[in-house]
Design a protein around this ligand. Structure first.
Ligand SMILES: [Ca+2]
Length: 130
């Protein structure tokens, strides 16, 4: 009888783990970057000057999002559509191809940037420094 009760409690513990928010889950899994978090480190915008549809990005230093057009196997509408970037935390580099390849913006500190030559080209984002 007590064994059955213990098993029930373990199942509830698993449910609690699944309820962790994305940021906590990312931290637990080694800091994998993610999109759509509630407190983004970076906001990608579809229009210049921090305007247009936003996409929140989070990642630990030394990590990033290898393809902003794909998250959990689902397509977003942001690949090659970003025109400005607001960095709230950290120093970041943005790349024209997936997996941090191709033409890059160079390392950017917190602030809002219009992408200019990289307009509608960004595909991946990497956090270089805290
Ligand atoms: Ca691209």
């Amino acid at each position: 009888m007590s064994n059955i009760n213990n098993q029930t409690q373990d199942l509830f513990a698993l449910d609690t783990v699944q309820d962790l928010d994305n940021e906590t889950a990312a931290t637990c899994s080694g800091g994998v970057g993610f999109l759509f978090g509630p407190d983004p480190d970076v906001i990608l915008h579809k229009d210049p000057n921090g305007q247009g549809q936003p996409l929140g990005v989070n990642a630990a230093t030394g990590d990033g999002v290898p393809n902003i057009g794909l998250i959990n196997g689902q397509e977003t509408t942001f690949n090659d559509q970003v025109s400005s970037i607001t960095i709230k935390r950290g120093s970041w580099n943005f790349f024209g191809d997936d997996n941090y390849r191709g033409q890059s913006t160079g390392v950017l500190a917190p602030g809002t940037y219009n992408l200019g030559a990289n307009d509608d080209a960004i595909t991946s984002a990497f956090r270089v420094a805290p």
